[in-house]
Design a protein around this ligand. Structure first.
Ligand SMILES: Nc1nc2c(ncn2[C@@H]2O[C@H](COP(=O)(O)OP(=O)(O)OP(=O)(O)O)[C@@H](O)[C@H]2O)c(=O)[nH]1
Ligand SMILES: [Mg+2]
Length: 309
């Protein structure tokens, strides 16, 4: 039996959570087209006959702006302690740049194997993918090689970084392309070990947090600009036939947006979330959503603690 932990690192929005879901064969973490979707560490558990791969899905690396983002970055830093490897996710659709180099400087210095997943290769031209793979591999060559840029020569490579560079996989978490190979690669990093979680368990999040996340996911897709960042969801009550949750926002105008004209938006959030909540609970349920203003909750430690952030 092989088992262990792999931290999933990368810039916001590169597809870390989508990848974790694909590797676990089901939804563990919510996904949206807005950056900073993931706010806490979530274990996604991928089981095989002879292995248990535990992926720590994480917030994207970012410069903290307030108490919330500060805590998110702390979560990322803490998650690197005691892992068997790192899955470093890049987006093939974006320029590999300073943000990725900063993350590289952290993950390649950890002293554990790093597997790079170049994600979102679906519908990209092979020549573009090849170019991005070269840029991705250069991240592992160390700061001198990066400074040397196009004139990269192997003797610029920093030996310890290169040693930790284990593999590079072009993948599409969306279409599933390359995912089998990536999964095998990660399982190959695991030492012999015990089952850390029961086989039927796919995540370490409690039921209330899973439901809160599902509601937040739908709210994220239906809002834009600054609103998604100001949304949090708290589940108040899970009863036999009803689940009551509150969507928190920071201002009255955000509340109006989330409620929508005549309640259309909040109703739509409920309509989209309910089937997934029901699938989670295993039965039909009434999902009651309220929208409340809590000024500056992102800066309020007490609220952040209550939300488990
Ligand atoms: N085309 C394409 N889009 C993808 C792929 N993987 C993820 N996406 C999209 O990228 C966006 C971000 O996905 P997430 O999985 O939420 O990204 P993340 O890295 O977890 O983002 P944060 O939690 O905000 O750091 C979503 O719109 C996904 O549908 C992929 O392989 N191909
Ligand atoms: Mg995420």
């Amino acid at each position: 039996m092989r088992s262990g932990f792999v931290a999933v690192a990368g810039r916001p929005n590169v597809g870390k959570s989508t990848l974790v879901n694909a590797l676990c064969g089901g939804k563990v973490a919510i996904v949206s087209d807005k950056p900073q979707t993931t706010r806490r560490r979530i274990f996604g558990i991928a089981n095989g006959d002879d292995h248990q791969l535990i992926l720590a899905d994480l917030p994207g690396f970012q410069r903290p702006l307030d108490a919330l983002t500060e805590r998110m970055q702390k979560t990322v830093d803490l998650a690197f302690e005691d892992v068997d490897g790192v899955l470093f996710v890049l987006s093939a659709r974006e320029r590999i740049g300073a943000g990725d180099r900063f993350i590289a400087s952290r993950v390649f210095a950890l002293g554990v194997p790093v597997v790079i997943a170049l994600n979102k290769v679906d519908r990209l031209k092979p020549a573009h993918i090849a170019q991005q793979m070269t840029a991705a591999a250069r991240l592992a060559a160390g700061p001198d090689a990066q400074a040397a840029g196009a004139r990269f020569k192997p003797d610029h490579a920093s030996a310890d970084w290169i040693d930790n560079f284990h593999a590079l996989h072009p993948v599409s978490a969306k279409t599933g392309d390359g995912m089998g190979e990536l999964r095998d690669e990660l399982v190959g990093l695991l030492p012999e070990g015990p089952l850390y979680f029961p086989r039927e368990q796919r995540t370490d999040l409690g039921l209330d947090l899973q439901i809160a996340e599902l509601v937040r996911e739908k709210a994220l897709w239906l809002t834009r600009d600054e609103v998604p960042h100001a949304i949090s969801v708290e589940v108040e009550e899970i009863e036999e036939r009803a689940v009551r949750a509150t969507i928190l926002v920071e201002t009255e105008s955000q509340k109006q947006i989330v409620v929508g004209k005549g309640g259309t938006i909040v109703k739509e959030i409920g309509t989209r979330a309910r089937p997934e909540v029901e699938a989670l609970l295993g039965h039909k349920v009434f999902l009651e959503l309220k929208v409340k203003v809590r000024p500056r909750w992102r800066r309020d430690t007490a609220t952040l603690e209550r939300l488990g952030l």
